[in-house]
Design a binder for this molecule. Structure first.
Ligand code: PLP
Length: 537
């Protein structure tokens, strides 16, 4: 029987694990990007019960290579071009390692002062590096705002929606001089707005917060415009509703489109007790480059803004940076004060448990701090610029080949394109590419057309990676157009239509595809054969 690892073994095996990780990175290109396994592959490979007695580390690590790795989609593979980048850097990985070792739970300043103070300082660094409005910076004189690290953009949007909801209900109660009725009586009066290009987490937040959500149409650039918002607000006010929350997207998941904040901002600002949030989950990291800051014009109107440093800032998941203009508005909607969490410095310190849903929180600021210090602002700018340059190169390749068309304005690292053919052909193209396993992309819909998203992902991506991906796409595109691969796709149509990664049962997939009103690119898109036939007719 092996005893649990002791410190000496940890020292030895820890070093060996770093070697394993480095070997994994060095040889990753020899692996398929996507995993070919079928659902349930792991069950027969593992025992039915947890081991009664401890096992030796080498046996455990051996199972990683033989049993786990075959079921991994390799997000760090240079051929991975799906979704948005999953941040990754050695400095950041070391940050998480140290955070795990320190093991503090930083719910209050007193529970581990450095955990809170480093987060406050680094969020200020980030706000300044991204040139965010000064009211988001803690240390600016007279500032009522500040930043916090959340687990995800979804949680960030939920907590600011809670704050907006609380602010609106307090306003309505004040107006009615009603201090006795329960807050929930005012819920039916509230309405929030976002565009059909917003991420599905906005819809999810509204569902959880029980706030009606109006999903607005966008213009030809997939951008939410002021007049559309103003008209919806007017209509709702005339029916006695109170607009309480607007989410504008800076860099949509589908096509990296930007809502028109210069138009939307002033409209929201004129409303009493209405909160404007800007979702820059991916694109926010780009604001570190002065030449990309035109994309955030109008952000000064926002009450809050969030970006995932774990997407486009080389920080490993999870690290979403959320800033608010008035921190007390956020905390007052979430505050609870049991005696066992109070401390004698709380009047002069930040207690981050009031800024989020969980009580417990990891020392995530370490990995952000390590990454910013290790790259420097200039290093991060160079990383972003390389991605933008490579996306432009890929755009050129698409434009040069008249069998394909470009489907978005390429401003950051995302290029949307399709074969000049039916949605079904494009779906077959993507299915064949993903099945081959050399590169991986996901689809979305732009202006109701099935498109393929090519995102520059790898931290050290280069021209050769982009050219290789384009070669793969061209080969499969030619085969689809010649009818050869289309037939192949049709033969396995049911399986293919189930999902682009073939791991969602068809009926489940169909139900989800129909239920979501948002086109966020992260949700698999089902092209219904009958819809396609209508479209093609
Ligand atoms: N908002 C946008 C624009 C996104 O692209 C994403 C994810 O890609 C999200 C929100 C959700 O992010 P998270 O997974 O951190 O909740």
């Amino acid at each position: 029987m092996a005893a649990a690892m002791d410190m000496q073994q940890y020292r030895k095996y820890g070093k060996e694990l770093i070697d394993y990780i480095c070997n994994y990175y060095e040889t990753i290109e020899k692996r398929r990007v996507t995993s070919p396994v079928e659902p349930g592959y792991l069950k027969p490979l593992l025992p039915k019960e947890a081991p009664k007695q401890g096992e030796d580390w080498p046996a455990i690590l051996n199972d990683v290579e033989t049993k786990i790795m075959p079921g991994i989609t390799h997000w760090m593979h240079p051929g991975f071009h799906a979704y948005f980048p999953s941040g990754n850097s050695y400095a950041s990985m070391l940050g998480d390692m140290l955070s795990d070792a320190i093991g503090c739970i930083g719910f209050s300043w007193a529970s581990s002062p450095a955990c809170t103070e480093l987060e406050t300082i680094v969020l200020d660094w980030m706000a300044k590096a991204l040139s965010l409005p000064s009211h988001f910076v803690f240390s600016n004189p007279g500032s009522k705002g500040g930043g916090v690290i959340q687990g995800s953009s979804s949680e960030s949007i939920l907590v600011v929606m809670m704050a907006a909801r609380a602010q609106a209900i307090a306003y309505l109660k004040d107006q009615a001089q009603d201090y006795d009725t329960h807050d929930s009586n005012y819920l039916p009066k509230l309405v929030a707005y976002t565009s059909c290009e917003a991420h599905s987490c906005v819809e999810k937040a509204a569902k959880m917060a029980l706030v009606k959500l109006r999903i607005l149409d966008v213009d030809e650039n997939c951008s939410m415009r002021g007049p559309t918002l103003a008209e919806a607000i007017k209509e709702d006010q005339e029916s006695g509703l109170h607009p309480c929350f607007v989410v504008a997207t800076l860099g949509s998941t589908s096509s990296c489109a930007f809502d028109n904040l210069k138009e939307v901002g002033p409209i929201v600002k004129k409303l009493p007790a209405c909160w404007l949030h800007c979702d820059g989950a991916y694109a926010g990291g780009g604001f570190i480059c002065p030449e990309l800051r035109y994309l955030k014009e109008g952000l000064e109107f926002a009450d809050s803004f969030q970006t995932n440093a774990n997407k486009w800032m080389n920080v490993c998941f999870d690290c979403t940076c959320l800033w608010v203009k008035e921190r007390y508005k956020l905390t007052s909607s979430l505050i609870v004060e049991p005696l066992y969490l109070r401390h004698d410095r709380q009047a002069v310190t930040v207690d981050y448990r009031h800024w989020m849903i969980p009580l417990s929180r990891r020392f995530r600021a370490l990995k952000l701090w390590f990454t910013i210090r290790n790259y420097g602002i200039e290093g991060l700018q160079a990383y972003i610029r390389n991605h933008v340059k490579l996306a432009k190169e890929f755009e050129k390749l698409v434009l040069k080949d008249n069998r394909f068309e470009l489907c978005n304005e390429v401003r950051l690292g995302l290029v949307c394109f399709r074969l000049k053919a039916s949605d079904f052909d494009n779906q077959a193209l993507l299915a064949n590419i993903n099945k081959e396993g050399k590169i991986h992309m996901i689809p979305s819909k732009v202006h109701n057309k099935y498109i393929i998203r090519f995102c520059v992902i790898h931290p050290q991506s280069n021209q050769a990676v982009v050219e290789k991906a384009w070669e793969v796409i061209q080969q499969h595109g030619a085969a689809i157009l010649s009818g050869k691969e289309k037939e192949k796709a049709l033969e396995t149509e049911d399986k293919r239509r189930a999902s682009f990664v073939e791991n969602v049962p068809h009926d489940l997939f169909q139900r989800f595809a129909r239920r979501s009103t948002l086109k966020d690119g992260a949700t698999p898109i089902l092209v219904d054969k009958t819809d396609m036939e209508d479209e093609e007719a």
